[in-house]
Each structure stands twice: as C-alpha cells, then as structure tokens.
Design a protein around this ligand. Structure first.
Ligand SMILES: Nc1nc2c(ncn2[C@@H]2O[C@H](COP(=O)(O)OP(=O)(O)OP(=O)(O)O)[C@@H](O)[C@H]2O)c(=O)[nH]1
Ligand SMILES: [Mg+2]
Length: 393
C-alpha cells in the first residue's frame, strides 16, 4: 500500500510528509525544495481488534484500542503548469509517484503561493486554479503515454496482432492497468463503438481522464488552512476535500517526541504536560486555536480517507493461535493487514506467504469461532486464523 503526495510547488507536501512519517526532510518557502522523492512509513488509524475481546495488550501500534497500521508515503517534487512539456522539473514527479495506489493532492488553500509556487500575500492566488491545473497535468501525463504509442497501436490492430483493449492495457501495465479496466473505460467514455483510427485528440483525452481517475484516484488536502481567511472556498472544489494544517501537525508530533504533550495523530485536542516552557506553551496554544478552526490538523484524516474511503480497504488481523490471539511467538494481535474490499480468506493467506495460500485448507473467523472457506469474503476488523498444509516459509 502506497500513498503519493502530489501538488504544485511550495504548497506543503514535504511538511505533510515530515509530520506524517516523523522524518526530517528539507522544507522551504520557495518552489522546488524537493527534487528527489522522499519515501517513508506513516500509519492509518483504526479501531484495534483488542477492543472486541476486551483485552489489554502491549503493542507499539495499539494505543488504548487505537490501532495504527503502516502504509508507505511518497513525497515528490512539485509541479508547475506545462510540466508535461518539461516546464519546472517536468514529469519526473509522476514517474516517481507511479507506484502509489492513491494520491493526496496538497493544495495551498490560503492562496499564499502563485501558480509557479512563489510566495505571495495570503488570499491573492486562487487555489481553484491549482486544483484544475495539477489534475490536468496528471491527465496529460497519461495521455502522453498513449500518444507516443498510438500509431504503433493502430498498426497492431490492423495487423490483428493485438486488440484495442490488449494494446492499451499493455501500454499502461506499469500503472497496474488490466484489460477489464480498459473495457470498462471504453464503455464509460462512449468510445467502445468508435473505430480507433477515427479517435480524435479529444477522444484520447476523455479516455485517459476516466482511466486516470480509476487507476490513480485523487483526494484533496486543503493545506495551510490555518492561514486561510475564508474556508468556504473549499465548497467550490469537486471531489473529497480534507482541511489540513501540516505545519500544526509537524509541531504536535515534535511536541509528543519531546514529551511535552499527550496527543494521538487524528485527535481533535491535546493535553500539555508540566514540563513545557512558556514559549513552547505559547506555540502549542496557537495550534489549539488552529484546531478550534479546523477541528483536527487533517493529516490523519486525509491518510485515513485515502485508504478507507477512496480505496475502500479493510483491516484484518491474522493470528496463529485462535484462543490466545497470538502469533507463534506469543505476541497478541501482532499484525494488522490492509486488504481491498472483497478480499477472501485465501487472499489474506497470500499476503502472508504464497505457500500458506497454496496449501489452504480452511480458516477460522476468530470473533464468531466459525470455520470459513477459501472464498469467504472478509470484513473490516476480522481476526482470522488460517489452516494450511504448508506453513509460511
Ligand atoms: N502556515 C502554514 N505553512 C505551511 C503549512 N504547510 C507548509 N507550510 C509552509 O509552506 C512552505 C513550503 O513547505 P514545503 O513542505 O517545503 O512545500 P512543498 O510542497 O514540499 O514544496 P516543494 O518541494 O518546493 O514543491 C514552508 O515554508 C512551510 O513551512 C501549513 O499547514 N501552514
Ligand atoms: Mg517538498
């Protein structure tokens, strides 16, 4: 599972990344601070299965029943209009983000940066322009892949060495595109009945737009919300928007590390401990006013939305001992796995080890104690024991 951060230059992508992964990376109020991608681990927040069994366990990723499940996060270089023609750092950012299953588009909602990412007074740039151009650059990157190969693809179709769906799926295989998806997009775009040789440039664009939405869905993180004078602007943005203040989250994470506050990422408040200096307390109170305005810093909400709503993943807990809820080393609820909705017991086995899936006999739904088959569809929060003729590894 990988989430990519995408956006114009200087909007706060690296600040988001640094806060979410608790890793120090260069952050600066000018465009193109980031050139090479930053890759790190962050967590999505969910309810731990220990709550169901009313047990207390020691797990660094479970805090009082709040379970943090690891996901990979990638922060890439920013982009400017014309990136697909090589402007700014060109398309490099998209090549770096190609592994991501979902993208969080970080927008400077306060309008403190112009279209090139240069600092300007708050409210003087329209963030809606950024939402539009960034998505359009992304679509044009998809289009270039097809444009480059279009004549060759037409020849393959004429010579009957490939069908349209096969040919397109092959060109996008690096992005995980399968033939059935190409067929779906052909139907949705209304191009299924049009001969490929007659497709116009705008036909290709409408096709790749739908394909892009399906393969790389985007959710919007309206960042720098702390500086935004009129948040009603987000209502004009199509699609899901999460209000964010990456800078506030970064400060809170640092304060937790320094033992100054009690705070779990995603909380709407925090508790200051006695050892904070008056200056630290003042900085934290400023963050409190931001939380008063936008409820949470939005960082955890954006990550959670990307995984659980946009991608519709579920969390499943594999165990080896269904009575003790442990793995073979006696660790209680050691592992939480993120799986796409519709995953089966055998799919879970395959994420643990290919052999476990190969020798699959049956599984046990530990919450209900019922025996389930390989094709049983798993639910969010399931605790599963797999019985297989082959052990892992
Ligand atoms: N007030 C405020 N400032 C922020 C926030 N997030 C980031 N910033 C500031 O915005 C500037 C740019 O932050 P970066 O994280 O470097 O932005 P970026 O999108 O990674 O920039 P490039 O790598 O250059 O594309 C820095 O001065 C940050 O401190 C926020 O939520 N609120
Ligand atoms: Mg950056």
């Amino acid at each position: 599972m990988q989430i990519g951060l995408l956006g114009k230059a200087n909007v706060g992508k690296s600040t988001f990344f640094s806060a979410a992964t608790e890793t120090a990376v260069p952050i600066g109020n000018y465009p193109f601070t980031t050139i090479e991608p930053n890759v790190g681990v962050t967590y999505v927040r969910t309810k731990c299965a220990c709550k169901h069994f009313t047990i207390v366990h020691q797990n660094p990723h479970c805090m009082n029943g709040i379970r943090l499940v690891p996901v990979k996060l990638i922060d890439v270089a920013g982009l400017v209009p014309g990136a697909h023609e090589g402007k700014g750092l060109g398309n490099k950012f998209l090549d770096d983000a190609r592994q991501a299953e979902v993208l969080i588009h970080v927008v400077d909602i306060a309008g403190t940066t112009d279209i090139q990412g240069q600092p300007v007074p708050a409210g003087t740039h329209d963030p809606l322009e950024d939402v539009e151009f960034v998505e359009s650059e992304f679509d044009l990157w998809f289009k270039q892949i097809l444009d480059r190969e279009w004549q060759k693809l037409l020849r393959e179709i004429t010579q009957k060495t490939a069908t349209l769906t096969e040919g397109i799926a092959r060109r996008f295989s690096g992005l995980g595109v399968k033939e059935f998806l190409v067929s779906e997009v052909l139907k949705e775009s209304g191009l299924v009945t049009k001969k490929p040789a007659e497709w116009s440039d705008s036909d290709i664009l409408s096709f790749v737009r739908i394909l892009r939405k399906k393969t790389k869905p985007i959710l919007i993180a309206a960042n720098k919300a702390d500086l935004c004078k009129d948040l009603s602007i987000v209502e004009k943005i199509k699609g899901h928007v999460v209000l964010c203040s990456a800078e506030s989250e970064l400060l809170l994470r640092k304060a937790v590390k320094a033992n100054l506050i009690k705070y779990v990422p995603g909380d709407s408040s925090f508790e200051v401990q006695g050892n904070a200096t008056p200056q630290q307390k003042q900085a934290l109170e400023l963050v409190r006013t931001v939380l008063g305005k936008i409820k949470t810093t939005g960082i955890q909400q954006a990550l959670n939305h990307a995984v659980f709503e946009t991608l519709k993943f579920i969390t499943v807990y594999p165990v080896e001992d269904e009575a003790k809820l442990t793995n073979k080393d006696g660790v209680v609820l050691p592992d939480a796995r993120l799986l796409p909705l519709g995953s089966t017991a055998r799919d879970l086995a395959a994420t643990i080890h290919a052999d476990l899936a190969k020798g699959f006999l049956h599984a046990v739904d530990v919450k209900t104690k019922q025996r389930i088959g390989a094709d049983h569809i798993l639910k969010d929060g399931d605790v599963i024991k797999i019985v297989s003729t082959m052990s892992r590894g």
